[in-house]
Each structure stands twice: as C-alpha cells, then as structure tokens.
Ligand binder design. Sequence first.
Ligand SMILES: Cc1cc2nc3c(=O)[nH]c(=O)nc-3n(C[C@H](O)[C@H](O)[C@H](O)COP(=O)(O)OP(=O)(O)OC[C@H]3O[C@@H](n4cnc5c(N)ncnc54)[C@H](O)[C@@H]3O)c2cc1C
Length: 389
Amino acid sequence: MSEHPFTLFAIDSLLSEEERAIRDTVRRFCADRIRPHLADWFETARLPARELARELGGLGLLGMHLEGYGCAGTSATAYGLACMELEAADSGLRSLVSVQGSLAMFAIHHFGSEQQKQEWLPRMASGEAIGCFGLTEPDFGSNPAGMRTRAKRDGSDWVLDGSKMWITNGSIADVAVVWVRTDEGIRGFVVPTDTPGFSAPEIHRKLSLRASVTSELVLAGVRLPESAMLPGAKGLSGPLACLNEARFGIVFGALGAARDCLESALAYTADREVFDKPLAGYQITQTKLADMALELGKGALLALHLGRLKDAGQLRAEQVSLGKLNNVREALAIARECRTLLGANGITLEYPVIRHANNLESVLTYEGTSEVHQLVIGNALTGQAAFRG
Ligand SMILES: Cc1cc2nc3c(=O)[nH]c(=O)nc-3n(C[C@H](O)[C@H](O)[C@H](O)COP(=O)(O)OP(=O)(O)OC[C@H]3O[C@@H](n4cnc5c(N)ncnc54)[C@H](O)[C@@H]3O)c2cc1C
C-alpha cells in the first residue's frame, strides 16, 4: 500500500471543512476543465484566457479573499489552498488568478477611490474584465525604485510616458494598474487599455510559463484624468503591498506544482521496471522520494502557518519572504529531481514534470527573486540592508 505525502503529514487535519471543500472544488475544476488541455496550451503558447477568466470568476476564484464588490471574501488560507490546486495544474493558470486578484484587484480594492472600485471590481471578480499590473521595466526589476516611466500634470490631466516589461496578462487586459514616477513620488494609475497611446505587445519565444500571456506595456502620451490615480497609494509601499499579497499565494502555489511532480514520479516509479524490478523498489529511488516528500510536507506546514498568521492579521512581509524563498526553491528542486526519475520520458509534455520545472524558473524570478528574498531575510536577521553594493 502506498501513501500520499500529504496524508503522511496529516495535512488535512489542519484544514477546516470549508477549506477542504474549496480545495476539492478547485481540484475538480482543474481535473475536468484544465488538465486535458495543458500540454497543448503550453506547446502552442496559447491560452483561452478570456474564457477561463469567466469560468474562474464563476467559481469565485478572482479576488477571492477580498471583501465586497462581488468578491467571495474567503480566508487567506482558503485562497492559498486554491492557488495550490491551480498551480498543481500549471503555474500559468495560477499566475492569471494571482495577477487578477492579488495584484490588479487588490491594488484597486486597497488603494482605489470608491468610483474606481465600483467601476472595476465587480467586473474583474466575475472575470468579465481582466487586469494586469505594471511595475517592472526593461531596466528595473528587482529595484523598481529606479523606474523611468513618468506621469506629468497637464492642466487637470496626467500624461504617462514610458514602458513596462514582463507584464502578465498585459495583451489581454481591459485595465492596467501602472506604477509611475511623478513629482510627488511613485504613484499608481488605473489605465483602461483602450486609452489612446496605450499598447501591449506580447512577448514571444518564452520557454517558461508558456500557458500564460506576458507582455510589454507601452505608454506613449497616455492622457488620463485625475480620477485615474489611485488616491491611497503614495510611494513604493503601494506596489510592494500588492506584491506581498501575490507572493502569499505563491507560497502555496509552488507546492502545488511540486506535489503534481511528486505524484507523477510516485506513479511512474511504481510502474517502471529497471533491471527486472520496479524503480520504486530501489534504495536510491526511495531516498529521493523520501527527501522530496519531506520538503513538500515541510513547505505545506510553513504555508499553512503563514496562512493562519495572515488570517489573524499578523503576517509580516519578511515572513512572506521566508515562505516564497523556501517553497519556490524547494518546489523547483523537487521538479528537477522528479525529472531524473522519469528518465527520458521526463523531458516530454506527456508528463507534467518538465513543464512544471520550466514554469518554476519564472516563479523563482518573479515576485522578488530568491536572492532578493534572501536579502530581505538577511536584513531581518542582521538589521543591515545589503541590497546595495
Ligand atoms: C513570466 C514573468 C511574468 C512576470 N509578470 C510580471 C507582472 O505581471 N508585473 C510586473 O511588474 N513584473 C512581472 N515580472 C517581472 C519580475 O517581477 C522581474 O523579472 C523580477 O522582479 C526580476 O527583475 P529582472 O528580471 O529585471 O532581474 P534583475 O533585477 O535584473 O535581477 C537579475 C539577477 O540579479 C539579482 N539581483 C538583483 N538585485 C540584487 C542585489 N541587490 N544583490 C544581489 N543580487 C541581486 C537577481 O536576484 C537576479 O538573480 C514577470 C516576470 C516573468 C519572468
């Protein structure tokens, strides 16, 4: 008899009935609606994002831990568990949901005017409108404080010029939350993507997150009224608060990808015979499987601990860094190790393993690279900021 790693860790005993129900609903949706198509979507780099957004909205997964305006208002832990199921399917699917809910919707929900909230949030929660979040620029990723995209006052309007890079959902978005430099410091704008001067060419030839739209945002004299500015966000703390929300989802999400890889490897090694007996029966294989189950289970315990802290309103940004750094790093290590167990089959899209491994390379980089999270943790431990040389 074989046992699932999460059963071994008795993870379910830490979840409420409602949390298990939400998790199971998302798992079923992914099994029925997503998984059969994933290899094709990844191979062709085409995702029916609009259709999927409506279905995800119908399930209440967009902005699901936000209150009001058509959002489901679940606990943060339930949101994390949903992210885990989505990313067990594909990191691209989880990215669609994270960017919509935790970046674009959170920014408007947390920092927007009542008018901005009424205008966008219900439509974004239902998936009728898609959002993106433009912070990174071609020359400024880890250090967004250096951004060059500017907004200048012109009478009662603002005029935005510059470009953003690597923006998830960019080319399919109806609304872009864009962070720019102004004479008053860094501010955010809610930009309808049909505003003249705005364009979002898609980035092609990616070998990671292929089932996800990634784009450049070009802002060439984009004229917006004063009411387009997010009134509640002043300085870099605004976008950083949004990133913290999305990172929280990744703490859980990355483990979903790792879990899917480990499940594949467990099934594969049980069936595959080498030197006349199942691969699972060899000590080297079991050492690998045991170590991976351990990291997966430890990551889940950490994620749940952070989820409970967040639900109690006590989660600090440095603690999210602990989770993002550990869980993404370990998920990638698990995906790579599982790939070895699948041998040559491991390099194909017939199995999810190399797709997850390639996706996790992006997850390691976005929402703060591993190195940046090490520096955040280092700063917390030593009281010395080492971000600059
Ligand atoms: C698929 C994908 C989707 C994305 N989606 C979005 C999105 O929706 N919105 C958005 O705004 N951005 C998005 N990003 C951008 C992402 O957030 C950035 O790529 C990330 O912040 C890293 O920036 P960079 O690529 O410019 O790397 P850099 O900042 O140039 O880093 C390069 C290397 O230098 C290291 N480094 C940086 N600073 C230090 C330091 N102080 N000390 C030591 N090492 C350091 C980094 O860790 C990294 O290893 C996305 C990226 C990808 C790949």
